[in-house]
Design a protein around this ligand. Structure first.
Ligand code: CAA
Length: 263
């Protein structure tokens, strides 16, 4: 199986249509090392290209989603090395360019790069007592994988400033209250069940509509309102060229309950 190719992650299909990648470096609290990220990117790319996979779940353990970039790996990095290899750019290019909807399921620590990874997913779910934070200032650096931008877009400037400038953590309950997380669950089991259920709902809908919906919502983070609305309308128009638009609307008109999507 795909999983056997990897040392730092586990890949499985918990339910039909759903691919799950679980970060698995328990001794380092899933610290995001270069080997781990290369494996994660490789697995995500393969799942994205697999036509039987229509939603992707990214999870960690109960204790840690990920405790950040691997500090031991990067501590001796020089400016010249960081700049010339564009350190950390590799992290976000694959995951933020997937066509398949992604859900991050966060339990335990999601610190620094771990919080940033979770924020790269389309939907963020967590446990109520998960620990989020951008503690990079305590190490003499700043967030480097999108934290200052994605956190600010999600929860606003003042709260984001407070979190990034103090390095203080916040809970999953707060993440949900502030709109960073779509939902906070009472415990790890409920989180994984909730995330799998949502992934399964997504996987059950027409795939082109799912990919298009994901694409236009993500464009809202990049474009002005009028550009975004125009973009949305064009993609909406395009879906009238899909089989599932005919299937779905015919089924409604004929009062058919059990719609057979073509995917
Ligand atoms: N990098 C490398 N190793 C890490 C790590 C990290 N980010 N986080 C934890 N570990 C390792 C620890 O070194 C320890 O290893 P050893 O057993 O070999 O000593 C093991 O994981 C367990 O960790 P602790 O003993 O520290 O566990 P704890 O329960 O006492 O504390 C913790 C947990 C509060 C998460 C603590 O480990 C911690 O503060 N980790 C670092 C968090 C952090 O600063 N993250 C940001 C990194 S910078 C970044 O991510 C940059 C960016 O923007 C991309």
């Amino acid at each position: 199986t795909l999983s056997q190719q990897y040392d730092n992650i586990i890949v499985e299909t918990p339910v039909d249509g759903v691919g799950q990648v679980t970060l698995n470096r328990p001794k380092a609290l899933n610290a995001l090392s270069t080997p781990l990220f290369k494996e994660l990117n490789d697995a995500l790319q393969k799942l994205d290209e697999d036509p039987s996979i229509r939603a992707i779940l990214i999870a960690g353990s109960e204790r840690a989603f990920a405790a950040g970039a691997d500090i031991k790996e990067m501590k001796d990095l020089t400016f010249s090395q960081a700049y010339s290899k564009n350190f950390i750019q590799l992290w976000s290019t694959t995951i933020t360019n997937l066509n398949t909807p992604t859900i991050a399921a966060v339990s335990g620590y999601a610190l620094g790069g771990g919080c940033e990874l979770a924020m790269m997913a389309d939907i963020l779910y967590c446990t109520a007592n998960a620990t989020f934070g951008q503690p990079e200032v305590k190490l003499g650096v700043i967030p480097g994988a999108g934290g200052s931008q994605r956190l600010t877009r999600a929860i606003g400037k003042s709260k984001s400033m407070e979190i990034i400038l103090t390095g203080k953590t916040f809970s999953g309950e707060e993440a949900e209250k502030w709109g960073l997380a779509a939902r906070a669950f009472p415990n790890f089991e409920e989180l994984m069940k909730g995330a799998t259920d949502t992934a399964s709902v997504i996987a059950g809908y027409p795939m082109l509509a799912m990919k298009a919906a994901k694409e236009v919502v993500n464009q809202s983070q990049e474009l002005s309102l009028s550009e975004g609305i125009k973009y949305e309308r064009r993609v909406f128009h395009a879906l009238f060229g899909s089989k599932d638009q005919k299937v779905g609307m015919e089924a409604f008109a004929n009062k058919v309950k059990d719609v057979k999507w073509t995917h």
